[in-house]
Design a binder for this molecule. Structure first.
Ligand SMILES: [Zn+2]
Length: 142
């Protein structure tokens, strides 16, 4: 059975705590490792992606990123794992960031971030992944 992760109001406080904690993690070592990968460092934001970010605003982008992770990455079982994240430009820029940071599927999450597949992602892990994606977008939007 594939269970979907849902957030209840009483979990909101814990989620805020997880988010604040995730934001204190130093991502420089990760970004240095990613820079050494020819594949990961080949991803970039084009004009359409940048325009999308500026028109939506960072808050909306982050909200959409959280939702994407909760629905496409967090479940214990993902039937199309490895194919759930589009690579094309101009759809949703966080998708590009996911590929660039090894947060595109559970296989890559395991390889790049040591987060094992075959189980549901914790809220803390989801907060971390959101932080990674948002950081990559901020660094690459200029
Ligand atoms: Zn992947």
């Amino acid at each position: 059975m594939c269970k979907q992760l849902e957030l209840f109001p009483e979990e909101k406080q814990q989620e805020d705590k997880d988010r604040k904690e995730a934001e204190t993690i130093d991502l420089n070592p990760l970004f240095e490792r990613l820079a050494k990968s020819k594949f990961r460092s080949s991803f970039y934001l084009n004009a359409k992606d940048k325009e999308y970010i500026h028109s939506k605003g960072w808050e909306k982008i982050e909200e959409g990123t959280r939702k994407t992770i909760a629905t496409r990455l967090a479940p214990e079982c993902i039937p199309n794992d490895g194919k759930q994240t589009p690579m094309r430009h101009g759809i949703f820029p966080p998708f590009i960031a996911q590929h660039a940071t090894g947060c595109c599927c559970r296989g890559c999450l395991e390889k790049w971030h040591g987060i094992p597949k075959g189980r549901q992602l914790t809220m803390k892990e989801q907060a971390y992944i959101t932080h990674v994606i948002m950081e990559w977008l901020h660094r690459n939007v200029q």
